[in-house]
Every structure is written in structure tokens, then in C-alpha cells.
Design a binder for this molecule. Structure first.
Ligand SMILES: Cc1ncc(C[n+]2csc(CCOP(=O)(O)OP(=O)(O)O)c2C)c(N)n1
Ligand SMILES: [Mg+2]
Length: 539
């Protein structure tokens, strides 16, 4: 019996390990909903397509698998784009399936429902891979290409556009699992040898590990210990080596103390990192003077503004393992400088009262969540500190919207993560303004009954921007607005709300929230917490 192309697509997703889709149906995507129930695919109804994108992002980051969102042509598509931009920056495999108006109307501007001038052209400006189907077989071929590209290359968001009339067309095709087993390439042996030679002669080797190294924790540890090297991570690579390891400077690249150390390294091995502005902040480009080896799956990264003397194009795990095999164990830089303690102490000594209070809050969050817990953070001051100061003893414990840096990420991304891994403790950490960008997804979290502490640092301001204006000598303008009563607002959504005045109260409130089947607001009033922290002995 023939089935609709929409149904066929859903069968294909189910046959290829996609078990959850986030979305909001519309008249243009009706046919995508026909086969969902029969395939036992879980559909999570969100309240805005941006929430669908962030939730799918959180789902993908925690599960390690591609996550899908269904959106309608035009406004549904444009609403998800901010989340797509974030997924692009953070190399997240987000698959967006969007309808388009009927084929006969495309590009003609007849004024059909949800028409946009050039949906595919807009997609091309923000997705990693962009395909529009013209026939049923295209759906299969494009989906295969999208999923394979996520597995082989640098993960990027993928767009699959399907015209409304094609979705409703009948097909005799039957879904099957894609057989391609393509995986990431190994770096060329000659380049591995060149890297080994450089590292073997290094006096002060430094490893910089980014998000692309997250799957290579064991290999990285072996190499760091064999070389007696120092290692620093980006926020995306945070925890790839436990942060209390004696060689680990943590995600401290934005700090002058670490930048000074990096400047004195004679060989730098950068693995799976863009060394982007948001990895180093405070400097557009690190003042490195050592010789540079880069390992990256993204060939374009090997010769950007940090051009590598030894470029290794390939998988991080296999490259690191191959380099380590070529090196003998020795004593070196880390032992010489006595580990990372003095650098870290100097960084911590530079924290003011407010950073110290936020640091205490971060430690309370970690204590309540346990070693397995995950924080999804937003663009807020406590999260910028947390990029470094949150104690992460494994990768994937601290998720931050690096790069694109959008507000509104934390709540829906944490929700998506919790749907992917219901047994893991997950927490959202946002500022008072960031929270309001996607607060509508609170009802999705209530509906899904996910245990989700939402910690909001309420300073009644766009705090970072206010501080930036003051630092730039601009009288603060447009940085203070009236907030809703968040306690009452959460209650209106059917969610409990509490305030935490000091780190101990915060820790207890999080423990309570983790045992409640739904989201809980834990509001920190900036001034009160700061006052309690400076008075109290718990810091
Ligand atoms: C979508 C989006 N719009 C604007 C910004 C610019 N921005 C970065 S941080 C920030 C302030 C956010 O305020 P809040 O969430 O309360 O955090 P705080 O800085 O007070 O800690 C703004 C407006 C952004 N990053 N993303
Ligand atoms: Mg604020």
C-alpha cells in the first residue's frame, strides 16, 4: 500500500535512530504527523520554534545523537533560526525538517500562505548542510546525506526542506536503515610523525582542548601525562580532563595568567578547537609564540588565523592515540612549574566580592547535582564565571551557548536534555533577562513533568551590558527594565518557586527541585545573596 511522503520520511527517521522530534504542527506539516504514532516517535510540543531548536540542541548534546525538529514553512522556519545559529557555532547535530509552499509556487511570490522570498537561500546562510526535496526518492537521499555528514565531518545543523504538495504525495518506497558506515578519517601518518617530532623536542608543551576533543578524554589524558604537559580547555572542552587534575588549567584561557603561560609554551597542540574569540575572550587572538600543531576534523580550521605548522586533518581520538604511541614518557614542564596551583591561585585572587559570591553559588550547584549532573547555562554573568569556575570532572557537564552567544538557551536546552536522559540531574542557569526570552517553554517542562531546577540570577538588569557601558564611559541606558514577579509567574505556570539567599539554601533548594516532577524556580536576588555571602562564613 502506498503511503504519503511525509509518512515515509517519519519512517526513515525512526529507522535511523531518531526517536524524538520537537515541534509545532501547522497546516503545512500535517503529513509529517501522520506516521508519528505508529513509529512510536515521541513528539514534544513546544510553545515557540526557537524552543524546539534549543530543546533539540540539548537533546543532541546529551544523547550524542542527532535530534530533529519539525517546523512549518516561513514563520516556523524563521523562528528556529536563532537556535540553528547556536547549533552551528557549537557543532551540534540538529536536523531541521521544514515544509515549503507547493513546488509550483516556489520563487514566484504568488502570495501563498507562509511564503518567503527565498527560504532555502536563508537556510544556506546559517545551516551546515542544506537540501530541498523535489521527489520522494530525494527525501531518502537527502536524509542519508544529512545524517552521514553529521557522522563523518564536523557536526553542523542540517536543513531538509520538503514542499507541502510533495509531503502529501503517495509513494511505494519503504524506509530502511541507511547502510553507509562512513566514519571520520584518520590523520595522515606523515603528519602524525611530524607532530611527534615537534612534541618530542618540546620543553614547554601546552595542549589546548576544545569541544572536538570531548570524545577523546582517555587519549588526551594519556598524552598529557606522557609529555608531562599542561592542558587548558575551552568552555566547550571543559572537563575533558578532570578539572582537579594537576596538569589542567581548566577553561581559563580568558584569564591573563593563563594567557601568559600560553605565550611562553614552545609547542602548542590545539585539538578540536577554533580558538575563537569566545574561547579566549579579552583577546581576539592569543599571543602564542610557540610552534603550532592542530588536530581538527574541519579542514578549514587548520589554516585560519592560527595557521598550523603541523596540520592534522582527522579524528581527534585516533590522532591523539597515534601521537602518544610515538612518544616516550618523560618529566617536563608541569613538574618543573609545580602544576597549575599557582596559576589558579593567581586567577582566584583576582576575583572580586561579586565573583566570589557567584563562585560559591556554582559550587553549591555542583554539590547538589553530583558528579553526573549537567548545567545548561545562559548568557549571564554567573555563567561567564562558570565557564571557568564551575567544577567539572568530566566532559558534557557544563553546556554553554558559546560562539553565537544567544540569550534564552538554558531553559529549553535543559528541557531537551532531560527528555534525552531522564535519570540525569539537569539544571538550567539563567539571568533575569535571558530567562524571559524563552520562558514560554516553562509550560512544556510542566507538561513533560521533568525534574528541572531553574536557577535565575536576578540582578534586575542586563548586568553585563550595564557593566560594559560603565567601563566604556557610556552612561547606562536601556539596561534596566521592570521585571515580572517571577515567583508568581512560575506559580501561574503551575511550577513551584523559591528564593535562595545563600549557598547552603541554594544547594538545599536544588536537591528539593531534583525530587519534584516538574520545573522549579530557584531565584537568587543578587543583592541579598551578595550581602549574605559577604557576611556569612559559608564562602
Ligand atoms: C538574543 C540576544 N540578544 C542580545 C544579546 C546581548 N546580551 C548579552 S548578555 C545580555 C544581558 C542579559 O541579561 P541577563 O540575562 O539578566 O544576564 P546578566 O548580564 O544580568 O547576568 C545581553 C542583552 C544576546 N547575547 N543575545
Ligand atoms: Mg540580569
Amino acid at each position: 500500500m502506498a503511503i504519503t511522503v511525509g509518512n515515509y520520511l517519519v519512517d526513515l527517521l525512526a529507522a535511523n535512530d531518531i526517536d524524538t522530534v520537537f515541534g509545532i504542527p501547522g497546516v503545512h506539516t500535517l503529513e509529517l504527523y501522520r506516521g508519528l504514532a505508529a513509529n512510536k516517535l515521541r513528539h514534544v510540543l513546544v510553545r515557540h520554534e526557537q524552543g524546539a531548536g534549543f530543546a533539540a540542541d540539548g537533546y543532541a548534546r546529551i544523547s550524542g545523537r542527532a535530534a530533529a525538529a519539525f517546523v512549518i514553512s516561513g514563520p516556523g522556519f524563521t523562528n528556529i533560526l536563532t537556535a540553528v545559529g547556536q547549533a552551528y557555532s557549537d557543532s551540534v547535530p540538529l536536523l531541521v525538517i521544514a515544509s515549503t509552499p507547493v513546488r509550483a509556487s516556489l520563487g514566484k511570490q504568488w502570495g501563498v500562505l507562509h511564503e518567503m522570498k527565498a527560504q532555502e537561500a536563508v537556510a544556506a546562510g546559517i545551516f551546515g548542510i542544506v537540501r530541498t526535496a523535489g521527489a520522494a526518492a530525494d527525501v531518502r537521499d537527502h536524509l542519508r546525506a544529512c545524517l552521514a555528514s553529521l557522522r563523518v565531518g564536523r557536526p553542523r545543523p542540517a536543513y531538509l526542506g520538503i514542499p507541502l504538495d510533495l509531503l502529501a504525495e503517495l509513494t511505494d518506497l519503504r524506509a530502511a536503515r541507511f547502510t553507509s558506515v562512513a566514519s571520520r578519517p584518520d590523520a595522515a601518518p606523515a603528519q602524525i610523525e611530524a607532530a611527534v617530532r615537534l612534541l618530542a623536542g618540546a620543553q614547554r608543551p601546552l595542549i589546548v582542548a576544545g569541544g572536538g576533543a570531548r570524545g577523546a578524554a582517555a587519549e588526551l589524558r594519556l598524552l598529557v601525562e606522557r609529555l608531562d604537559a599542561l592542558i587548558v580547555t575551552t568552555a566547550a572542552g571543559k572537563g575533558v580532563l578532570p578539572e582537579d587534575h594537576a596538569a589542567n588549567l581548566g577553561a581559563s584561557l580568558p584569564y591573563a595568567q593563563t594567557q601568559a603561560l600560553a605565550a611562553s609554551a614552545d609547542v602548542i597542540l590545539a585539538v578540536g578547537t577554533e580558538l575563537g574569540e569566545t574561547d579566549v575572550y579579552s583577546a581576539l587572538k592569543l599571543p602564542l609564540s610557540g610552534r603550532l600543531i592542530r588536530i581538527d576534523i574541519d579542514a578549514a580550521k587548520l589554516a585560519d588565523h592560527y595557521s598550523a605548522e603541523v596540520p592534522l586533518w582527522g579524528d581527534a581520538r585516533s590522532s591523539l592515540a597515534a601521537i602518544t604511541r610515538g612518544l616516550a614518557r618523560r618529566s617536563g614542564w608541569r613538574t618543573e612549574i609545580g602544576g597549575t596551583g599557582s596559576t589558579r591561585a593567581a586567577i582566584h585572587g583576582s576575583f572580586g566580592a561579586s565573583a566570589r559570591a557567584q563562585w560559591a553559588a556554582l559550587r553549591a550547584i555542583r554539590a547538589a547535582l553530583g558528579a553526573d549532573g549537567v548545567v545548561f547555562s545562559d548568557m549571564t554573568q554567573i555563567a561567564y564565571l562558570g565557564n571557568y569556575a564551575y567544577p567539572a570532572d568530566a566532559p558534557d557537564r557544563w553546556m554553554h551557548p558559546s560562539g553565537y552567544g544567544t540569550l534564552g538557551y538554558a531553559l529549553p536546552a535543559a528541557l531537551g536534555a532531560k527528555i534525552a536522559a531522564p535519570a540525569r540531574p539537569v539544571l538550567a542557569l539563567a539571568g533575569d533577562f535571558g530567562l524571559q526570552f524563552t520562558i514560554n517553554e516553562l509550560i512544556t517542562a510542566v507538561e513533560q513533568r521533568v525534574a528541572l531546577p531553574i536557577v535565575v540570577w536576578n540582578n534586575s538588569a542586563l548586568g553585563q551590558i550595564r557593566d560594559d557601558m560603565i567601563a566604556a564611559g557610556i552612561p547606562p541606558l536601556g539596561v534596566v527594565g521592570r521585571n515580572p514577579d517571577f515567583q508568581a509567574l512560575f506559580n501561574a505556570y503551575g511550577a513551584p518557586a523559591v528564593r535562595a539567599q545563600d549557598p547552603k539554601a541554594l544547594e538545599n533548594a536544588i536537591r528539593g527541585a531534583l525530587n519534584f516532577a516538574g520545573p522549579t524556580l530557584i531565584e537568587i536576588i543578587d543583592k541579598d545573596f551578595l550581602a549574605a555571602s559577604t557576611l556569612g562564613s559559608s564562602i
